[in-house]
Design a protein around this ligand. Structure first.
Ligand SMILES: [Zn+2]
Length: 843
């Protein structure tokens, strides 16, 4: 039985991993066939094993791979069946964008900012507005309610009345879950799919819509209600109107109840830069650390009272009590902190390992961990794609390994009595030393994983963690948690937090504190992980140091760059806004920096800065076409992360961004050359500035041409190894350029003004005749971009159109101007919104 376990486990894990790569789901027939085939295979293996003993040579060898294959097939069909069932609950595409009247229960702690409030909603009934007949919508919907649509409502302070567990009625516009998709970036659709949320929506408060109203209160979701109460108490106790108290109150709220939205954006930046963000978000890692600290504390208390001669303590061995109590406390903590998926997974892992130890199975620790892994993956297959899951798995593993190495010091228990106090102090010191050592091992073990998942290595982070882990888990968190019983302790916790914040701020300011590494290919990543495992073994150092060698390639890896004279473009998927990265052999320019999403998040910090890091790009220049927020929203974050880049734009004098960097004004005729690639500005003219034209009309228009010599082999194509980026220019500017310049055809065109019908005139498209036209516009955006008429104009001129909401990030190279690759095609999975055939809604 035990011999088969690793084969079953390996089969199941590989089967699940393969299923997660599927672009579309199997049909029911295929699922049943695969399941039947696997079972048949299992039957054959069983017969071979039990009945036909005389051909045992064969059966002994073939048995194990067959068992692995059986579990591989079973995992594939089970996960497919489950996903198929969930896909049945997709939002009907015909209901997308329609106003729907929803009745249901608020199912989570509402997250409020100055302009919006977000919460999960469990729908009980739904109907179209002003129609009696009901419609079917997904049960779980993530709703957002914006201020700009509900200024009236705010007067009645309805937001303060939103409580978890209460029944409400809203009208809302629903969408299928759809996030931006960039290389290596966060997959929002997967994140919601994993939680069973099959639609998102915005509450509408137009004249037509039904007024949001509370129907009744209830005691459903008691934990969410308790959390809401605690959060308001923390704010009451700690908020004093200044920025510092707001920052500290936010961190305390996050530590007590996992309310990550409470932490200020600047503090998040600080925590990320010093590598301690995991401590502030109640993640799997945090819960594991909490369980471990609690277990250690209880173990030393138990031993101390055993030294004092307590009978109870002598009967129950300290490690068992500590393990059980630690796991129990971690479960309670996870429950109170919102019971998010990462916490659930960790708690399950902790319980599996804990129970196996308690019932006294003498399984090797790796097998207990394997079982824990299997239980989590069987319950939640999509966890395999979450870095947090692997981080907490490794953390649990390292703790258990270390735990098993330490032998209980029984000798001390027996000679109690004289010098008891000295022994207790000695015990406390030993515990502290062990804790420090274990924490060091965990930090080391997690370092290669952090490099692989987050592309950063922070020397400061190693030091910061050494101080911050014990400080936060031993002092600040317990104080903050006890504050629930005695609120003045929150004040003490905030005092304890202050020196840590000061220290972290100082550490983050050290030069070269963080290294960013581009994403390595999978082979190198696996090699490095193997190296990490080797380092963790209890072998002589001469053997273990080979691990370092295996890890070396990921530090040296470089993302391939365009050859001299050539360039490539990444059209980032930033939602409703523009952002294009241009790379030559040794230089890079970012054209526009995407939109602002809310007061705490923008395309710069959420998408562009991480993307630039993954590509290993250092920007030489940022060009902001014009001042509109959908082009400049992410600029502050990008400029801060790339201090060496200069800034070109048509921004007016005194614009807030000019405080970050001197602005070089865009002017038609400006030119430069990078690695043989020509850059030229075609618009605006000095006279346009003098006319005080609108912001769209002042968009900087940039033309990029590959070197003629480099492309001379295919002479007829050479002129098309070029790109034109035009911002939000409109028909008048297109016409002016056509009259003033002999516009040459281009390989790729950034469609003006996101495909609005103010732009893309027929003459302009005809003169440029691009191989590809790229629209950067948000999914079901409220402007109706791209307009149907504009889409038709490109179609009639045989210019293929790529729209960012359908394509995700797009990649184009001057060496292959006819080709454009879409991130959404490369990474298409069954949880993404299926492709739509029908025409887009008119403007
Ligand atoms: Zn725009």
């Amino acid at each position: 039985m035990l011999k088969a376990a690793p084969w079953c486990l390996a089969g199941w894990l590989v089967g699940t991993a393969c299923q997660l790569q599927q672009a579309s789901l199997w049909s029911l027939g295929v699922i049943l066939a695969a399941c039947g085939l696997s079972l048949l295979l299992g039957l054959i293996a069983w017969v071979l094993h039990t009945r036909i003993t005389h051909i045992s040579k064969f059966s002994e060898v073939a048995k194990w791979p067959i068992i692995a294959l059986v579990f591989f097939g079973l995992a594939l069909s089970c996960v497919n069946a489950r996903a198929l069932w969930q896909a049945q609950h997709r939002l009907n595409p015909l209901l997308e964008g329609q106003e729907i009247l929803l009745l249901g229960v608020i199912a989570s702690l509402p997250q409020q900012t100055d302009i919006s409030v977000r919460f999960r909603f469990q729908v009980q009934s739904a109907s179209k507005l002003n129609q009696a007949s009901s419609v079917v919508v997904p049960e779980w919907i993530d709703l957002v309610w914006y201020d700009r649509e509900s200024a009236e409502m705010m007067k009645g302070n309805l937001w303060a009345d939103l409580k978890a567990g209460d029944t409400w009625q809203f009208s809302a516009r629903l969408k299928a879950p759809h996030g931006t998709l960039n290389p290596g970036g966060f997959d929002e659709a997967l994140w919601r799919w994993e939680q069973g949320v099959m639609a998102t929506g915005a509450v509408t408060t137009s004249k037509r819509a039904a007024v949001p109203q509370k129907i009744k209160s209830s005691w459903l979701y008691p934990i969410a209600q308790a959390r809401q109460y605690v959060r308001s108490e923390i704010e009451r106790k700690l908020l004093q109107g200044d920025a510092q108290s707001r920052s500290l109150a936010g961190v305390i709220a996050a530590l007590v109840m996992g309310d990550q939205a409470a932490i200020q954006a600047a503090d998040w930046d600080l925590f990320r830069a010093t590598g301690v963000a995991h401590l502030m978000s109640i993640s799997g890692l945090h819960i594991t650390l909490f369980a471990w600290v609690m277990a250690a504390a209880i173990r030393s208390m138990w031993r101390a009272s055993a030294l004092g001669g307590s009978r109870l303590c002598l009967r129950w061995p300290a490690p068992h009590v500590a393990l059980l109590a630690g796991t129990l406390m971690a479960t309670l903590y996870a429950l109170f902190s919102g019971w998010g998926l990462p916490s659930q997974r960790t708690v399950i892992m902790l319980w599996v390992v804990c129970l196996l130890r308690l019932v006294g199975t003498r399984w090797p620790i790796f097998w207990s961990l394997g079982l824990a892994l299997w239980v989590v993956v069987a319950l939640d297959p999509w966890a395999m794609l979450q870095p947090g899951f692997w981080l907490s798995f490794v953390a649990v593993g390292v703790l258990m390994l270390n735990e098993s190495v330490q032998s209980p010091d029984r000798t001390q228990l027996e000679d109690g009595g004289s010098g008891m106090l000295i022994k207790m102090v000695g015990q406390a010191f030993r515990t502290l030393r062990n804790l420090l050592r274990e924490q060091w091992v965990i930090t080391l073990a997690l370092t290669p994983l952090a490099v692989l998942f987050f592309g950063q290595l922070s020397w400061v982070g190693l030091l910061a963690n050494l101080v911050a882990i014990p400080w936060v888990t031993w002092l600040v968190t317990p104080l903050a948690l006890l504050g629930v019983l005695a609120p003045p302790l929150w004040l003490v916790a905030s005092w304890a937090l202050q020196p840590l914040m000061t220290l972290l701020t100082w550490m983050a300011s050290l030069p070269g504190s963080v290294w960013f590494l581009p994403t390595p290919p999978l082979v190198l990543a696996l090699l490095a992980m193997g190296g990490g495992l080797l380092l963790l073994q209890q072998w002589p150092w001469i053997l273990r140091s080979w691990g370092l060698l295996f890890m070396l390639p990921i530090f040296l890896w470089q993302v391939p760059k365009p050859p001299p004279g050539q360039f490539d473009l990444w059209f980032a998927d930033v939602g409703q806004g523009n952002s294009v990265l241009i790379r030559t052999t040794h230089h890079a320019l970012l054209y526009d920096a995407g939109p602002l999403y809310s007061e705490t998040s923008d395309a710069g910090q959420r998408i562009l800065v991480p993307l630039l890091r993954r590509l290993g790009v250092k920007l030489d220049r940022v060009m902001l076409s014009h001042r509109d927020a959908d082009h400049t929203g992410g600029a502050p974050a990008v400029l801060r992360a790339h201090p060496q880049a200069d800034l070109w734009s048509s921004l007016e004098e005194g614009h807030p961004l000019s405080t970050l960097r001197p602005v070089k004004v865009c002017m038609a005729g400006q030119k430069w050359e990078w690695d043989g690639v020509q850059f030229e500005l075609l618009h605006p003219l000095a006279s346009d500035y003098a006319k005080l034209a609108g912001s769209n009309a002042l968009s900087c228009v940039l033309r990029v041409d590959a070197s003629q010599q480099a492309s001379s082999k295919k002479s007829h194509e050479s002129q098309k190894a070029s790109a034109l980026l035009v911002g939000d220019i409109e028909a008048a500017q297109e016409l002016a350029m056509l009259q003033r310049l002999a516009l040459q055809p281009v390989g790729v065109l950034l469609v003006p003004h996101h495909g609005s019908q103010t732009s893309s005139t027929n003459g302009f498209i005809e003169a440029l005749k691009p191989h590809w036209a790229v629209v950067q516009a948000g999914y079901l955006n409220r402007y109706g971009h791209p307009s149907t008429r504009v889409v038709q104009r490109y179609e009639t001129q045989d210019v293929p159109l790529s729209i960012s909401s359908e394509c995700g990030a797009a990649y184009w190279q001057s060496t292959q101007p006819q080709e454009l690759s879409c991130e959404r095609e490369v990474r298409r999975r069954y949880w993404h919104t299926p492709k739509r055939k029908e025409s887009r809604s008119p403007e």
